[in-house]
Write a protein that binds this ligand. Sequence first.
Ligand SMILES: *Cc1c(COP(=O)(O)O)cnc(C)c1O
Ligand code: SF4
Length: 340
Amino acid sequence: MITASGKPRQRCGSAWQQELAEAITRPEELAAALGLPPERLAAAISAARLFPLRVPRSFVARIRRGDPDDPLLRQILPVSEELAEHPGYGADPVGEQAAVRAPGLLQKYRGRALLITTSTCAVHCRYCFRREFPYAGQIGDGPRWGEALAQIAADASLEEIILSGGDPLSLSNARLAGLSRSLAAISHVRRLRVHTRQPVVLPTRVDEGLLQWLRSASLPIVFVLHINHPREIGEEVGEACAALRATGITLLNQSVLLAGVNDDADVLEELSKSLFRAGVLPYYLHALDPVRGAAHFAVPDERARALAGALAARLPGYLVPQLVREMPGAPAKVALAARL
Ligand SMILES: *Cc1c(COP(=O)(O)O)cnc(C)c1O
Ligand code: SF4
């Protein structure tokens, strides 16, 4: 792109990299774009000092202008509640530091391990359980993946590797393809999973290079998307999902149950139906991880169970996500029983 001054903004880079670089990071700009009241702007400026604002313009376009309580806005707008301390809410809410096996490699569960591939996300979700993750010490970057890959190669029980972050699709297609080739060369690795929010918040990320990688990868690939509200699934997201599906990968979704966003049976029902229309099956509905700054998103367990019960009573079983909570030290995500 050529800027007003006539200088190219980025010398080499695809459309999505350009969009990533042009994400909104200044609360003032977001407030002006959406017509937010001045007190919301002041709060956003303070709260963004702890965890910066970041949101791609294509996601902002899905937010209703003039509605400070819009469920999409609530996920990305820094608010004053983030500054309050709450007992039980901390920096490492799910015991990740105890699960580190090598720099960037976390294992909690049998047969699968998670690789922190990057600290970069297209969007900063205010409830993120890795808001305070010490990425600097963990990022396997370039040669530093070496130790994680060596650990994976040495442990024949690891059948599945999960690319996480940050958002792994922040990496270039070439780096993703290179990493997946290294993993495919380890004979006991049978599945590659990618946890990503980018096809939703930055649908241009699903470009020809990414699709090419997915079509040619030798390992079966599962994408677990992260969509919390049906209004996140606009036309472009639908097209991105269809293109992903056409490569033959498996598409699942995980949501976080968030007060004021999706703690409503109608919204969750519509989310499952919209996901299905986009070719995505619901996988998990996560109870909020108690990370510092996110307590205002918590939904009481009793309410969560009632919502899960309502979904089960309304939808076929394959459209009902499993309501789970991550418990430090547990051998799997722990199911919260639905109240029927
Ligand atoms: C959530 C998580 C997984 C994935 O769990 P599944 O139940 O397989 O989806 C794997 N490793 C870690 C460290 C996790 O936190
Ligand atoms: S995309 Fe995922 S890792 Fe990134 S801020 Fe959102 S929840 Fe956290």
